[in-house]
Design a protein around this ligand. Sequence first.
Ligand code: GTP
Ligand code: MG
Length: 201
Amino acid sequence: GFVGAVVMAIRELKVCLLGDTGVGKSSIVCRFVQDHFDHNISPTIGASFLTKTVPCGSELHKFLIWDTAGQERFHSLAPMYYRGSAAAVIVYDITKLDSFQTLKKWVKELKEHGPEDIVVAIAGNKNDLGDIREVPMKEAKEYAESIAAIFIETSARNAVNVEELFQKISRRIPPLDPQELENNEAFKLTRQPPPSNKRCC
Ligand SMILES: Nc1nc2c(ncn2[C@@H]2O[C@H](COP(=O)(O)OP(=O)(O)OP(=O)(O)O)[C@@H](O)[C@H]2O)c(=O)[nH]1
Ligand SMILES: [Mg+2]
């Protein structure tokens, strides 16, 4: 059938992942972007960058994902990645109480030095390892509520709640009204050409 002119705005959203080394930040990103899990994944050096575009209402959200290195020696690089971020995903490992303490330090750092309106999402990863859990879900959930953060438990390994994590972030980002869309320099918007008959599949 006939497809009218469609103007779809792509909105680029910078997102960073923060959290202790080994909690599974890279595994979450790998699951989200490539739907893949690597048991032998190496610790991240510096940071890595990946993108994924997902529909959100009448917009497309192109996540520009900065997966940071959790090792302490890379801590000083973090501001480059949370600066200008629309959202930060702070990951802990439900089997490592220490990683939950580290998460609280990241929350504090973001509060002091991060963007004012940043969306914070807390992800309790490795929830496939419930038998050796050290962080009760209730405690983490209540903490997240106390700082108005998104909360979800994930398993990058078993592909549990990884898409949902990013969906929750998408839904927290207020849609732009068309007027603002014209003038707002803060958001990078790309007009997509209407689907042409020639390219139609
Ligand atoms: N059981 C289980 N293991 C996981 C899960 N996610 C990651 N892992 C394992 O945890 C280890 C660390 O994962 P990474 O993704 O490298 O952790 P990271 O947070 O990126 O670590 P850094 O890059 O050093 O900050 C790897 O052996 C992964 O295979 C999960 O959901 N369940
Ligand atoms: Mg990593």
